[in-house]
Structures are given as structure tokens and as C-alpha cells.
Design a protein around this ligand. Structure first.
Ligand code: 2AM
Length: 179
């Protein structure tokens, strides 16, 4: 069984801008550059037969390439208990229609529907200590942060392996957008 998710990659120039935010700080575990991504759908642990069905359905997704802009910062689940620090994605039509097509594909493959709302974001850090004063200052200092725009021409299926040092992601398949 593999722990899977569907995500968008972030191109290098945009990753460099995100890395610029990552000043070392105790209790803040910054995401490594190669692991920066925007999750479209977390699938959880999936049996091999289901993984095959999901891949087939993802292969059949029809969606056009679109422009994506990353900017703004925030925390999950909220400022009172910050655990994840992120950069947002502007929820434009292209992104939402791809996310809906991916959702339909995985449900069609037989997985239960996602009932949580879609909050498009790129996780920058996991916060191991509730340093709310530092977080507040970070969010205030980066309220107008823009990481730039890029064209999304594909999405990918990833496997996530949990290690004591953090999750390690492996790209399993690439799906071009060509509708
Ligand atoms: P995150 O970036 O906000 O942590 C692999 O775990 C990817 O799937 C991560 O990008 C993670 O989002 C996302 N994800 C979404 N829902 C998840 C869940 N319930 N458990 C673990 N990861 C989840």
C-alpha cells in the first residue's frame, strides 16, 4: 500500500522566491526545495489495484494548461494554533477546474469523496513550537508577498513515505494538461 497524493510542481524560479522566506529558526521545520508542491488531492493509503484505477482515471483527465499565481501567507489550522505555514495560490478558474476534474477522477476510481474544502497552498514549514509572536510578525511582514506566476502544464501523482526526519516524496507519474 502506498500513501498517495496528487499535486502540482512549483518551477524553480518560484521555488527560489519561496526559499527566500526560509530564515532558520528553532522550532520551524522548513520544507526542502525539492519537496515544495501544491496538493490537489490527498488520497491516503491506497491498495495497488486502486492505485492502478486512479492512474487510469487521472490519465483520462481533460483540462487545459492555465496560469497560476502564488502569493500571500497564512497558517493552518489558524493563528491561535499555528502548525503549518503556507503560501497561498490565487484560486482562479483553471486551478479550480483541474482540482474538480482530479476529484471526479479519483471518486470515479472508487475512492470516497473529499468533504473538506479546497484551500490551495504550498506548505513552507511545519511549526513544532507555538511561537505565535514570531508567526504573527512573519505573516505581517509578508502580507503582500508574491512568489510570481507560472503556467501549469501538467500535474503529478506522488507517493509520500513518512520518515522520522519528515516525509519523503516520490513522483510516480506525470499527467500533461492538453484539453
Ligand atoms: P500540506 O502540504 O498542507 O501538509 C502529502 O502529505 C501532501 O498531502 C501534503 O502536501 C499535505 O498537505 C497534503 N495533505 C492533505 N490532506 C492531508 C492529510 N489528511 N494528511 C496528510 N497530508 C495531507
Amino acid at each position: 500500500m502506498a500513501r498517495l497524493f496528487v499535486a502540482l510542481d512549483v518551477p524553480r524560479p518560484v521555488r527560489r522566491k519561496l526559499l527566500g522566506l526560509m530564515k532558520p529558526r528553532p522550532g520551524v521545520r522548513w520544507v526542502r526545495e525539492e519537496q515544495l508542491h501544491l496538493t490537489l488531492r490527498f488520497l491516503g493509503h491506497v491498495e495497488e489495484a486502486m492505485e492502478r484505477a486512479v492512474r487510469e482515471r487521472l490519465d483520462a483527465v481533460q483540462a487545459a494548461p492555465f496560469s497560476l499565481r502564488l502569493g500571500g501567507t497564512g497558517v493552518f489550522p489558524g493563528p491561535a494554533r499555528p502548525r503549518v505555514l503556507w503560501v497561498g495560490a490565487h484560486a482562479e478558474a483553471g486551478l479550480l477546474s483541474l482540482q474538480q476534474a482530479v476529484e471526479a477522477a479519483v471518486v470515479d476510481a472508487g475512492l470516497p469523496p473529499e468533504n473538506r474544502p479546497f484551500h490551495p497552498h504550498v506548505t513552507l514549514a511545519r511549526l513544532q513550537r507555538p511561537d505565535t509572536a514570531w508567526i504573527r510578525a512573519f505573516l505581517r511582514d509578508h502580507v503582500d508577498f508574491e512568489a510570481g506566476s507560472f503556467t501549469v502544464g501538467h500535474f503529478a501523482l506522488y507517493a509520500s513515505t513518512l520518515r522520522p526526519t519528515g516525509a519523503v516524496y516520490e513522483r510516480l507519474a506525470d499527467f500533461p494538461l492538453n484539453a
